[in-house]
Design a protein around this ligand. Structure first.
Ligand code: AMP
Ligand code: MG
Length: 337
């Protein structure tokens, strides 16, 4: 059949329309991965101008780098390092004070299951070292001496410790706080759709479209099965929410067939034994981060009970025996297959 002009023009119009539609200004997506705070941080942002998105991501990364320098014990001049060298009257930055305030609240409400004063215990176990081993009982007892929710206090931005040897560890909350700040910076730059993930501590801002041109919808997040890496336990759907998972599979070693992981029961100094993994959804990542660790230590029953004190928090727990437990509002996020 010979090509006729109206058909060719019609086809051209359709092709032009498709390419114009694919280049719509609000169709840009930028992804960045960066090693920060001892983990891989992934940032995804969507919006109209790639230049503006790049600038927003640069600013978010700069903010997380700044916080790492305040909150890490690996930086000589960090608030945390200064805090390790003195007992009373340490003046800290406002961000550090904010992290400690939230951490102390979760510590107190969880009856000490969440504990910011486990610094010596953390160093003793040495999960950051090449070959961590189980410490002996004498060393464990010494590392637990004087710890607890009342061992640390804050007046304004001044931190006081019960003793000089007490060491603060913000490992259960600092990453979450940094993700909150990264999201705040992205928002300041006009970003309305973003995902920031710092090694399992995530915030999902606004809506996004999975493929270019597809309608926007809430973010869908797969929750990893704690014993089968390739399997998803569940998928949740969220917008403007934090999703944080603490698991015994993240950092662990095995000795004599026993798994030793990095979330400690402050009562014993040993890895907490009630759960395999805990996922918390809440309105801030710092809160979800602290609660994931706290619920992990408390176990499913007391852990889900703790969540009732936090109106925005919901949780999914895989207990040590593999059974699933969730808070009453969890179903609002669950994507039914
Ligand atoms: P996460 O992966 O958020 O559960 O945090 C684990 C990290 O939190 C560990 O590497 C420690 O630095 C710290 N941590 C371990 N046990 C506790 C606890 N009971 N309370 C507060 N922080 C803890
Ligand atoms: Mg945590």
């Amino acid at each position: 059949m010979p090509w006729n002009r109206p058909l060719i023009i019609g086809l051209l119009v359709v092709l032009l329309a498709i390419s114009w539609w694919r280049l719509l200004p609000d169709d840009q997506e930028i992804r960045r991965s960066q090693l920060l705070m001892g983990t891989v941080v992934e940032i995804v942002v969507g919006g109209e101008s790639s230049d503006k998105l790049e600038a927003a991501v640069d600013a978010a990364v700069a903010e997380m780098t700044r916080l790492d320098q305040l909150l890490s014990r690996h930086h000589q001049k960090s608030d945390l390092s200064r805090l390790s060298r003195s007992d009373t009257g340490t003046e800290v930055n406002v961000e550090t004070a904010e992290v400690i305030t939230l951490g102390l609240d979760v510590a107190q409400r969880s009856g000490g299951a969440f504990d910011l004063t486990l610094g010596r215990l953390k160093v003793l176990w040495g999960f950051d070292r090449e070959n961590p081993t189980v410490p002996d009982q004498v060393a464990l007892t010494a590392a637990l001496e004087g710890i607890g929710p009342t061992a640390l206090s804050l007046q304004g931005q001044e931190v006081n410790k019960r003793s000089l040897q007490l060491q603060v560890d913000l490992g259960g909350i600092a990453k979450g706080y940094a993700v909150d700040r990264a999201i705040a910076v992205l928002k300041e730059h006009g970003v309305t759709s973003a995902a920031v993930n710092a090694g399992g501590d995530m915030y999902l801002l606004g809506l996004h479209s999975e493929l270019q041109g597809r309608p926007e919808r809430p973010w869908r997040i797969g929750i990893q099965h704690p014993r089968h890496k390739e399997t998803l336990l569940e998928t949740v759907q969220v917008s403007d929410r934090a999703v944080v998972t603490s698991g015994d599979y993240e950092r662990f070693f095995e000795e004599d067939g026993v798994r030793y992981h990095h979330i400690f029961d402050p009562q014993t100094g040993l890895p907490a034994r009630g759960c395999q993994s805990v996922t918390i959804i809440a309105d801030s990542v710092a809160l979800a981060d602290a609660l994931a660790t706290a619920v992990f230590v408390l176990g499913p029953a007391a852990g889900l009970q703790l969540l009732t004190q936090y109106p925005t928090a919901e949780g999914l727990v895989v207990a040590a025996d593999g059974t699933l437990h969730s808070s009453s509002g969890w179903t609002n996020y669950r994507v039914t297959p």
